[in-house]
Design a protein around this ligand. Structure first.
Ligand code: HEC
Ligand code: HEC
Length: 261
């Protein structure tokens, strides 16, 4: 009987081993990006997300890169992931009250989150950013519903947020990196003040910041805050002054020469 059980166990194990699927390929592997000029654009797009300030001086006033909110080059689930989003554009935009292309969505983050200005749509930078996001979205279907395990999912606060409780929490769990004055440093992004995102940014909405903080912060212990704590600390951060979004300022794009197309 014992022998039979053992034999059975061996068969089951063998069957499982045979079935085990190969580990999925990483969503971004530098070595797997196609060679040649098309691949160069994809690599440059990622470089722009990670080191935005170094390449796009003049387009960025905030003292951080896109990757401050789009963690790991926009590949971290619930960390500002770009994976699959290419297929979700064009999409209706409630703020703009029109259907927008991916280029327009990128322009939005330049204007609000980076408190800067968008590069021209025919610039090498804009083309590279779109190429990179399209590459991260390869294999996904056009019009697919956003994957809730990837998208930043907002949630309601258990109790109303308290900036007062958030203040103590900030000193204890955030100030070591982001600074007591919220100004950050060369290595850590500012959370408020003149070098942070402006008042029109998505991160300036309490529910958005609470969700980002809950899943991604503190950076050395993500997931350690309760939903209430994520709301409290975000309410404290959002109480501080930051740049105002100047909506009437003109955004000039260069005229395209016909031979561009
Ligand atoms: C201060 C934080 C912050 C920074 C910096 C930032 N973004 Fe964003 N971005 C957000 C938030 C928040 C969203 C909305 C995410 C959501 O709703 O899931 C977003 C959304 C996006 C989206 C649409 C994603 C989707 O799911 O449809 C794109 C594309 C994007 N950002 C590109 C950029 C680029 C490019 C930069 C740099 C030039 C940048 N962002 C910098 C916070 C930021
Ligand atoms: C160990 C250092 C560290 C700690 C502690 C930390 N952060 Fe961060 N934070 C970072 C880094 C680094 C980033 C940029 C994204 C990344 O690389 O993960 C970031 C990004 C952010 C962002 C988005 C970018 C911006 O500037 O708006 C917010 C919001 C944020 N942190 C809030 C918090 C809050 C709230 C706490 C405390 C609960 C906290 N962080 C604790 C290192 C830290």
């Amino acid at each position: 009987m014992k022998k039979l059980t053992l034999l059975f166990a061996v068969i089951v194990l063998a069957a499982c081993a045979g079935q085990s699927a190969p580990a999925p390929a990483p969503i971004y592997d530098e070595k797997a990006v196609p060679a040649g000029p098309a691949g160069d654009m994809i690599r440059y797009g990622r470089e722009l997300i990670v080191n935005t300030r170094a390449h796009m001086r003049g387009y960025v006033l905030a003292n951080f890169d896109c990757a401050a909110c789009h963690i790991a080059g926009g590949t971290k689930p619930k960390g500002g992931s770009f994976v699959g989003i290419y297929g979700q554009f064009p999409q209706w935009n409630a703020r703009a009250k029109r259907t927008i292309a991916l280029h327009d969505r990128l322009a939005e983050c330049f204007l609000y989150s980076m408190n800067g200005k968008p590069p021209a749509y025919n610039s090498r930078e804009m083309i590279a950013l779109v190429a990179y996001i399209a590459y991260l979205s390869r294999g996904t279907q056009v019009g697919a519903t956003p994957d809730p395990s990837v998208k930043l999912t907002k949630f309601a606060p258990p109790q109303p947020a308290s900036a007062q409780r958030g203040s103590a929490l900030y000193a204890q769990k955030c100030a070591a990196c982001h600074g007591a004055t919220g100004a950050g440093s060369a290595a850590f992004p500012p959370l408020w003040g003149p070098k942070s995102f402006n008042g029109g940014a998505g991160m300036h909405r309490l529910a958005t910041m609470a969700a980002f903080v809950r899943y991604n912060m503190p950076e050395n212990a993500p997931g350690s805050l309760t939903p209430q704590e994520a709301y409290d600390v975000s309410a404290f951060i959002l109480r501080h002054a930051r740049p105002k979004f100047e909506g009437t300022r003109p955004v000039g794009f260069p005229v395209f020469p016909a031979k561009y197309f």
